[in-house]
Write a protein that binds this ligand. Structure first.
Ligand SMILES: NC(=O)c1ccc[n+]([C@@H]2O[C@H](COP(=O)([O-])OP(=O)(O)OC[C@H]3O[C@@H](n4cnc5c(N)ncnc54)[C@H](OP(=O)(O)O)[C@@H]3O)[C@@H](O)[C@H]2O)c1
Length: 395
């Protein structure tokens, strides 16, 4: 019996992950159809995507962009309905006809629609790590209550997911897992001195040696905050304590992460650094589908290197570990301060070394509160942003 294609909403369709998702979907029209595509301001890119994928709905943040897109789609004879604003993001995430939601908005803006998809019991492909970092316990509780299927898209977490038993809830030790080995490329500034790091420009920070990504995650990779956010993400996804996760710098980005077992086995997932692999895995799980990714040529790779991260030169990893240990709203504060710091770095008003400094100052100024309710998490996020902007304006 042939199955009808599954309806997919792609949140953050115009970004790096969103575009890769549409590339995989286009390879399998028998399996997937696009229900909704969303973007913040990139209306031209969204128009081009609507022409190819003919979604039922498209969402932009501002009404003027939505009006522009509506008119272009009408001229092109396309029936896509165009909506604007945060509520529309939630609606296309929880719509009854949607089976799969790709959560690929960058930053805290993705929290509400991603949570809506979880609460509606969808298959949620989680790229938007900031949503889970902010709301960890509440998010995972919602996954359990709604019976949502949560599949990690971050290549490291996707790799660990592939290396763990299918049913891995209830603590790693129950399944004989002793450690998760979270690999990191080390970013473009691996081995640089603090003096050289102080001079780093946004262009240098966004030129990642192995991965092509959006600007915010590129900067996070350069400061190692990305690895810190991933450490927090891994704790929630795999029921792990921070001390059960070891960050391993592996400059080739061929091993995407590993799980170590009590019998001495270490399982690893390898592949070329191409996000279409974890995206295809998430879309098709538990099946496997073609992703357009070249086969790994180990002779071309030839060697795999490993080293410890330099936490003195890159303090963001430590700051993230401390936020996870403090619990409650601490990770939401860390994340919000980092978002403001990265935006300031990208617009040239904060130096590279100022990013961890700003995050540390905001953490000192924001008390840790319980994070059981969404309102408390959003309030902590808002306060941290205020404190961060004040600190920036006082310098
Ligand atoms: N890229 C990767 O290889 C990679 C790997 C692992 C995890 N991730 C995670 O995946 C997420 C997306 O990363 P990315 O690299 O794809 O980012 P990106 O290229 O910057 O794309 C971000 C997407 O989110 C949209 N967006 C931005 N701000 C928004 C807002 N306030 N409201 C609604 N939509 C908004 C953007 O729309 P516009 O285009 O209109 O701005 C765009 O569609 C991040 O959480 C990142 O950490 C990415």
């Amino acid at each position: 019996m042939t199955q009808r294609p599954r309806a997919v909403t792609v949140l953050g369709a115009t970004g790096s992950i969103g575009s890769s998702t549409l590339d995989v979907i286009a390879r399998h029209p028998d399996r997937y159809r696009v229900h909704a595509l969303t973007a913040h301001r990139s209306r031209e890119t969204l128009l081009a995507q609507c022409r190819v994928h003919a979604p039922a709905l498209a969402v932009l943040d501002h009404e003027e962009d939505a009006a522009w897109l509506r008119e272009r789609l009408r001229q092109a004879g396309l029936a896509t309905e165009v909506r604007a604003g945060a509520e529309a993001l939630v609606e296309v995430s929880e719509a009854p006809e949607v089976e799969v939601v790709m959560a690929a908005i960058v930053g805290a803006a993705g929290l509400l629609p991603t949570l809506a998809a979880v609460r509606a019991g969808k298959r949620v492909l989680l790229a938007n790590k900031e949503a889970l970092v902010m709301s960890g316990a509440l998010f995972m509780d919602a996954v359990g209550r709604a019976g949502a299927t949560l599949l990690p898209i971050d290549s490291e977490h996707n790799a660990i997911y592939q290396c763990l038993p299918v049913e891995h809830r209830g603590g790693l030790a129950r399944h004989g897992v002793t450690q998760l080995l979270l690999t990191a490329s080390g970013g473009p500034f691996r081995g640089w001195s603090p003096r050289a790091l102080a001079e780093v420009t946004p262009e240098q920070a966004c030129a990642h040696p192995n991965w092509s990504m959006g600007r915010k995650i590129s900067v996070d990779s350069a400061t190692l905050m990305n690895k810190g956010l991933e450490l927090i993400e891994a704790c929630w996804l795999f029921d792990a304590r921070p001390d059960q996760i070891q960050v391993v710098v592996h400059p080739q980005s061929v091993i995407h992460s590993m799980a170590a077992y009590s019998d001495g086995s270490v399982l690893a997932q390898l592949g070329n650094p191409d996000m279409r692999t974890p995206i295809a895995y998430g879309l098709a799980w538990p099946e496997r589908i073609e992703a357009g990714v070249e086969a790994l040529d180990l002779f071309a790779v030839s060697r795999l290197d490993f080293e410890a991260p330099d936490e003195a030169a890159f303090p963001c990893l430590r700051l993230a570990r401390e936020a996870m240990a403090d619990g409650g709203t601490a990770p939401a504060v860390l994340n919000a301060a980092n978002e403001v710091a990265v935006a300031a770095f990208l617009d040239g008003t904060l130096g590279f070394a100022g990013i961890p400094e700003l995050v540390a100052r905001v953490r000192e100024r924001c008390p840790v509160e319980p994070a059981g309710e969404l309102e408390g998490i959003l309030a902590a996020d808002a306060r941290a942003r205020r404190e961060a902007r004040e600190w920036l304006s006082r310098r």
